[in-house]
Each structure stands twice: as C-alpha cells, then as structure tokens.
Design a protein around this ligand. Structure first.
Ligand code: GMT
Length: 377
C-alpha cells in the first residue's frame, strides 16, 4: 500500500487507549508510514527513537480570565497546523469526545480534505453516552468521521443503543505485540518479591476506579488463599486504593498482598503470575486480559462488555457473572489445582492472541480502512 502521513491523537498518559494508539503508531512506522502524534504530552509508550515518528505537543493557554483552559480548541488548532505543514493524508483519533470533534474542527480550519478515522474505546460511549449534554456531540463526532471503529462488537452494539448514530461502525479488536508480551524466565523476580516456590500468584492490573471492582478481586483472593498458599499482586493506582487497602487489612491479608503501584514492564510481572482477575462492571475490551494471555496467564473475567470476546469461557479462561465471588473463587481454585486444565488454558491463551489479536493482522485491518477512506475521495 502507498505510504501515508498519518496524524494520531489520543490520551497519551497511562491507559489502554493510549497504549493501543501508541503501539499502532509504532507498528505503522515500522511499515514505512510517517506518523505524527499530536497530543498533550509525549505518549508514555513512545520509548525509543523512530526516524519517521514525530511528536507535536499541544500547548494550552493558561490566560487567567478563562475559568477552564481551552484544551479542545488548542488541540484543534495544533492538528490543523500540523496537517497543513506536514501535508497529512489522514487523522486517526482515539475517543469521539473530545478528539473526533476536535479533528472535525481542525479539518474545517485547515481547509484540507483531511480524512478522519475515529476509534471508540469505551468510556466515551458507556459513561459519557448517558450524559444528555454530551450525547449529541458524540453522535456528531461519529457521523462526521469518515470511518469509525470500536474495539469490540459489544461496544459497537452499545454505541447504536445509546447514541444511535447514522454511521457504519466496524469492530477492530485491540492487539498485542507478541515480540514484547511473551513469557520470560522469572524465578529471580519471584525471589526478590519474597514469593515462595509453592505459592500461586494472582495478579490484577487497573487504574483502581470503582468500575474495576478491585474489592471483588480481594474477596476472591481471600477465598483462594484459604485453599492454597498464594500471593496477590495489585498493579496500578487510583481512587479506590484506600478502600482496597482497608479491605485487605480487615480480611487479615496484608502479608499476602503486594502493592506494586504503576508499572511499565508488565510482561515481567505476568511472567511470575499464574492467574489474572479482571472483575470489572464496565469494560469495552480489557486490554490487560490480552496482555496476560499473551504471557500464558489464563484470566477469569466478568460477563460484561467486550470481556467475553477476549476471554473464551472454558477455553482461554473463565467468564463469570458480575459480583459472583463464589463463582470466581470456585473457578480460580479449580484452575489452580488442576495442572492439566491449567496447561491447556495457558496454551490456548497464547494461541488465541496469535490468531485473533495478532498485531500484524490488526494493523492490516486499520490500513485497509485508511485505504478505503482515501479512495472515497
Ligand atoms: O479502562 C479504563 O478505565 C481506561 C480506558 C482507556 O481510555 O484506556 O480503557 C478503555 O479502553 C481500553 C483500550 O481500548 C479497553 O481495553 C478498556 O476496556 C476500556 N475501558 C472501559 O471500557 C472501562
């Protein structure tokens, strides 16, 4: 395919959508496209030099008369400036609000026939979609984009249910670069964390918002640790951390829980883990489950949003009803006590990532969408 000049806008800080946008940019650059990140700060996964990746920082005017800094206007201006100067072919923006709407304004400002591809990641629809003051703007962002994708079929359905846009929305799954996410030898790290050879390691990774239901993770772990020696790795931080710590103390689990905070090299942590718990009440995809699976760690997730499209019940892990601590615990104990079953689910997890969520396959899907919108003229 023709090499393109692509502008990418995303939330560059820690979070699945920022990870997906940045990894996509890196892989497109490896294929010879020229990538321009237009964001408020350097995307955190942009950790090495690429000759064909550029970063344009959005500066927000802090004029004291403004009660709120006009970030969206500054972003639109920056996109328009970069689009004209660098002669961009298209913009790929992640999140309808505000990014698709900013891209549409930027197109108007630039006077160019700039194509816009918007990817929906979830919270813009499943949280903001309920807000009547925003739903018209979300619909506008979707309908005026040239192509719209969502990260799961569940999110496609929810977008039609909540926003009702007159637009085709295509499901393009998130992906994993299995050159990075793979199981590595990890006995030294286990020792350094003081994890005993006979202990099973349960891991949870999130931004500790209430929707992640981390207290359900702790309650499930309490049941698991009554059946076998085990440690819980809690990775990430966020508003619910205090509530989680209080519950850990109340259940007498303090010496079995490691609070690791925000971490970057997750593949090393998955490589010392035996089971991942993702017990959220909202999750349009669950990128963290995919990262664990790529490292051979089976997951137990809830029957919510896109999770059942990522974790295949009984094949790569288990999918249980939201909040059903007894079911989470029973499935976890069964899996961790049956080496044959464990081995089978672990192998199937790695295979599923390679077949259904392989980076090269998904990048080609995005390239096909880019080609399609550019052909539309
Ligand atoms: O889950 C979050 O709170 C962060 C949010 C984000 O912007 O990164 O995650 C959303 O996008 C991810 C990447 O597509 C998905 O894997 C997450 O499931 C989705 N989160 C929700 O739907 C709650």
């Amino acid at each position: 395919m023709k090499k393109l000049k692509i502008g990418i806008t995303c939330y560059p800080t820690v979070g699945g959508s920022g990870v997906v946008a940045t990894e996509l940019g890196k892989l497109l650059a490896e294929k010879g496209h020229e990538i321009h990140f237009i964001t408020s700060s350097l995307p955190f996964r942009l950790n090495k030099m690429y000759h064909n990746i550029y970063y344009h920082q959005v500066e927000v005017n802090q004029y004291s008369v403004f009660q709120y800094s006009p970030y969206d206007i500054a972003l639109a201006s920056k996109i328009a400036e970069v689009a004209v100067r660098e002669n961009l072919d298209l913009l790929h923006v992640h999140y309808a609000i505000p990014h698709a709407v900013c891209a549409i304004l930027a197109r108007e400002m630039s006077g160019k026939d700039l194509k816009i591809v918007t990817t929906l990641h979830g919270t813009d629809i499943t949280v903001l979609g309920y807000d009547p003051s925003l739903s018209d703007a979300i619909r506008f962002g979707i309908e005026r984009s040239d192509a719209v994708t969502a990260v799961s079929n569940s999110l496609v359905g929810q977008t039609y249910d909540l926003i009702n846009p007159k637009k085709n929305i295509q499901c393009v799954y998130n992906f994993i670069d299995d050159r990075i996410y793979r199981r590595s030898c990890s006995s030294k790290l286990r020792q350094e964390y003081g994890i005993l050879p006979e202990e099973k390691v349960i891991i949870h990774v999130s931004n500790f918002r209430a929707v992640k239901r981390v207290t359900d993770v702790v309650k499930t772990f309490a049941n698991i640790s009554k059946s076998m020696p085990a440690k819980l790795l809690l990775v990430g931080d966020g508003p619910e951390m205090k509530v989680v710590c209080d519950l850990v103390n109340k259940l007498g689990l303090r010496d079995k829980v490691l609070y690791l905070g925000k971490q970057d090299n997750l593949e090393e942590l998955y490589s010392i883990s035996n089971l991942k718990l993702l017990l959220s009440e909202k999750e349009s995809f669950g990128l963290v489950a995919l990262e664990a699976m790529a490292c051979g760690v089976p997951c137990i997730g809830t029957n919510v949003g896109g999770i059942p499209e990522v974790i295949e019940d009984g094949v790569t892990g288990f999918v249980c009803n939201l909040g059903d601590i007894e079911e989470f615990s029973a499935k976890a104990i069964r899996l961790l006590s049956d080496p044959d079953l464990y081995h089978q689910l672990s192998e199937h997890s790695v295979l599923a990532v390679k077949e259904k969520f392989a980076a090269q396959k998904i990048v080609e899907e995005y390239e096909a969408i880019y080609e399609q919108v550019l052909e539309q003229g």
